[in-house]
Design a protein around this ligand. Structure first.
Ligand code: BGC
Ligand code: BGC
Length: 813
């Protein structure tokens, strides 16, 4: 314990040199609204509203679970579309479908004495209006961080506002102004930088762009922004999403709190409470931080919206019951599904005095104030916004500029770049042909993994964009899946990186890049061995240890998650008519690791030994030659391997086995072609951390598995066992089997013990039992397969391989 304290102390000392320190939390609110809220009207409305109407204002349900009729009946004040929700439950819904639904909600909104209080619809437009097909997808925040260009971010904010408005929506849950301190965190790419100053500067610019400023503040062309997630989301221990952030007061203010000063100076109208805890106390229930600091000391005068059932994580609370969160300062509950019950309980708590009437009035007043500043109480009608700016040419051009400025050149030995396009150019890497890899999470769907190229409009794959440029310049291009080419290329462009993920599903155990395609690195190294010069374009949501890949490349570019306008890459890497068109401008906004243990690697940390430091980035003037990076001896130690946690862990791919054979599962809600296997997701301990499986056939093998292309070697583990946390709801009696394979005719299977119906349990399968049955643990391929020969309905929370003493009911063999 003492050691921790000393480190934190040193850290905060070191810190006060690099950041313009904020003396304490006090802030003077200098926001002047061109369009002041109509206080007289708001007070009048408040005095006329019934208890039901007030409590309705503070509820926000998700489109999948709330209809316009509900809104009318329960006087609901807000709705959202979550990352997986779209009007009519259809991701292909058009802007007109969105507007139509917006109108229905508007019409259903509460009216007091002839005055309508329009509903506010919020959406996660976090890199463009990303839930909508055809919207311009800007680089994710990590890429925008590398541009370091506030003027550009402001323009991007303005563009996003217009695209959001084009669908009848007036509120975005953006920007994220987290300051990620451990890049294993699955949301690192949502943050601009590890450096609080840079986050503050860019967050400020983005908010000004979204909301407008001065006489343009929240005018017809702007939307309400959200500074999120207050606070400490980027500081959780080991980078585990939603976990505990252990910090001193100084660190809290100077790292995680720092960007909120400028966000409030930009007059952000809403702040989203964070899922994480601060020193053990869940943010959603922390009155000192939400009310004492944010509202009182920092003089935040908008409203606090909760995060997705975040209140349910507060001690002694559930998703449908949480006076503490409201009393602590959450003004609007984000309660996607069970809003009806929460509404009922909240009403009861106001009646009993558990929630003071003044607290409810304060929350409603804050919400009405923001609605009023938006003009909604004076006749502004979101769905009547004219025009459709989705994918507007100006926005595509802006996105292209952002891509150009976000690229960070990490290695350029022998001045390999800029490239001459009048050549024969080879391309390798399946990411070059997959738009989802360049778009990342929070794209059309929450995880962004299940989108096809045809789901994107106005968007080329990286290969297509290179091809277009090269052929217009007079060169030729050839893609190879195995590294051999019809014509010997003058050089090769390799495109690879992380598969999309969002939130906790992107959390990593260490910061080393784990390729989904095991053939890629061998191909790369084989090409290097033949002296073919290679430029690598790395697509990722964070810096990762990729030493082998860097060594095998003559030039290496961190391209982050660029989104739509990948033509921006060609703008920079190629000469045009023998001239440099655009030089590299991007600078690392996160330090780059040289060791896979460097998940925590920030320029203000005590021990700082990065491969490339913060703000690193070469350009065409640099002559830096990067020698080969010494490789760590591959550590044979494996502590545990996650296979499934509500969804397949990266790099796993889910599949089902049914009568019609194996089939990949590409969406959270899934029904097999023959409809005999139905899968749906739900919340067990956290959101979306479990799936339900219904196998309906008798006497047929039906199963659910997770496989990977790269074989897994767990031989370094001493006494490995599989831990499965699941529950059987219904069964016709046929047993469940657990199977792991290691290639053709190589596998191990055990029968699982029957568990008590309808109750969650932990089942442990010693790997030795699978070995007895023939499993070779040096080359596991199908990492897990649960199957049965009979109809069964079960829920699965997690599957992991652990080492040591087993827990739960153990399979014996
Ligand atoms: C929703 C997302 C949400 C996530 C919870 C998903 O089902 O669509 O919007 O963020 O659950 O983390
Ligand atoms: C995320 C938020 C997001 C919300 C709504 C949550 O899971 O943490 O960032 O705004 O879902 O989709």
């Amino acid at each position: 314990m003492q050691k921790v304290h000393i480190n934190l102390f040193i850290l905060s000392l070191a810190f006060s040199f690099s950041v313009a320190a904020q003396e304490d939390w006090s802030r003077n609110n200098t926001c002047k609204y061109s369009y002041e809220a109509n206080d007289g009207l708001i007070n009048k409305l408040l005095s006329q509203m019934s208890l039901e109407q007030k409590v309705g204002q503070v509820m926000q349900g998700d489109l999948d679970f709330i209809s316009p009729a509900d809104v009318k009946k329960f006087h609901i004040g807000s709705v959202l579309n979550g990352g997986n929700t779209a009007p009519n439950g259809d991701k292909y819904s058009t802007a007109d479908d969105w507007k139509k639904l917006s109108k229905e909600f508007y019409d259903a909104s509460v009216e007091i004495d002839g005055i309508k209080i329009p509903i506010l619809w919020g959406t996660d437009a976090v890199h463009g209006h990303n839930n909508l097909i055809g919207a311009t997808l800007f680089p994710h925040n990590i890429g925008l961080g590398a541009t370091g260009n506030p003027a550009l971010l402001k323009e991007i904010g303005e563009a996003i506002a217009l695209e959001v408005l084009s669908t009848g929506v007036a509120w975005t849950f953006a920007p994220t102004i987290a300051v990620p301190q451990d890049d294993r965190w699955g949301r690192t790419y949502e943050g601009f930088s590890e450096n609080p100053e840079l986050v503050a500067k860019l967050g400020h610019a983005m908010i000004l762009g979204l909301q407008g400023e001065d006489e343009e503040f929240l005018d017809q062309n702007h939307v309400i922004a959200t500074a999120k997630h207050f606070m400490g989301d980027g500081g959780t221990l080991n980078g585990v999403d939603q976990a505990n952030t252990v910090v001193s007061d100084v660190e809290l203010r100077e790292i995680h709190g720092h960007p909120y000063f400028q966000a409030l100076d930009a007059c952000a109208q809403t702040v989203m409470a964070s899922f994480n805890s601060i020193n053990g106390s869940k943010m959603h229930g922390d009155k000192d931080l939400l009310t004492g600091i944010l509202k009182d000391k920092m003089q935040f005068d908008g409203f606090v919206v909760g995060d997705w059932n975040g209140h349910g994580q507060v001690k002694n609370c559930s998703n449908v019951n949480c006076a503490q969160a409201f009393n602590a300062g959450v003004d609007m509950f984000m309660v996607p599904e069970n809003w009806k019950l929460l509404l009922k309980n909240t009403m009861r708590q106001v009646k009993s005095g558990e929630i003071p009437a003044q607290r409810l009035d304060d929350a409603v007043k804050r919400i009405l104030t923001v609605k009023s500043r938006m003009g909604l109480l004076d006749g502004r009608v979101p769905h009547e916004f004219e025009g459709n700016y989705l994918g507007h040419p100006d926005h595509l051009a802006l996105a292209r500029q952002a891509v150009r400025e976000s690229l960070v050149l990490l290695k350029n030995n022998n001045q390999m770049l800029p490239l001459n396009p009048v050549s024969h150019i080879g391309v390798i890497g399946e990411a070059a042909n997959k738009i989802s890899s360049q778009a990342g999470g929070w794209t059309i769907t929450w995880q962004g993994r299940d989108n096809k190229n045809s789901d994107f409009l106005n968007t080329k794959t990286i290969f297509e964009s290179l091809e277009e440029f090269i052929s217009s310049a007079g060169g030729t291009i050839e893609f190879s899946t195995n590294g051999s080419f019809a014509i010997d290329p003058d050089y090769v462009i390799g495109v690879f990186g992380e598969e999309p993920y969002a939130e906790m599903l992107g959390d990593l155990k260490n910061i080393s890049f784990e390729a989904t395609d095991p053939t890629y690195l061998p191909i790369l190294e084989a090409l290097t061995a033949t002296d073919t010069p290679i430029v690598s374009l790395f697509l990722s949501g964070r810096p990762l240890e990729v030493n082998q890949y860097i060594n095998a490349s003559e030039a290496f570019v961190a391209a982050w998650l660029p989104g739509t306008a990948v033509e921006g890459i060609s703008d920079v890497i190629f000469l045009k008519n023998d001239e440099i068109q655009f030089d590299f401008k991007g600078k690392l906004s996160y330090s780059w690791p040289k060791l896979k243990t460097q998940g925590v690697l920030n320029s203000h940390n005590e021990f700082y030994d990065p491969l490339f430091p913060l703000a690193y980035g070469l350009n065409y003037q640099s002559k830096t030659h990067l020698p080969n990076i010494a490789l760590e001896r591959p550590s044979r130690k494996i502590e545990s391997v996650n296979i499934f946690l509500g969804a397949a862990a990266i790099p796993g791919q889910e599949f089902i086995l049914s009568k019609s054979g194996p089939e990949f599962v590409s969406a959270d809600e899934f029904s097999s072609q023959d409809k005999n296997i139905v899968i749906s997701r739900f919340d067990y301990l956290r959101q979306d951390d479990a799936k339900n499986f219904i196998f309906t056939n008798s006497n047929v093998m039906q199963g659910f598995g997770v496989s990977t292309k790269a074989p897994l070697d767990i031989t370094p583990m001493r006494s490995p066992y599989y831990e499965i946390i699941m529950r059987v709801n219904e069964t016709e009696g046929a047993p469940l089997f657990f199977n792991v394979t290691c290639g053709a005719a190589c596998q191990g299977t055990v029968q699982l013990p029957s568990t008590k119906l309808n109750s969650w349990g932990t089942i442990s399968v010693p790997v030795s039992c699978l070995e007895k049955d023939g499993l070779d643990t040096s080359k596991i391929q199908v990492r897990s397969l649960l199957f049965s020969m009979g109809a069964i309905n079960f829920d699965l929370h997690s599957i992991a391989i652990k080492d040591g003493t087993v827990s739960g009911s153990k399979v014996s063999c």
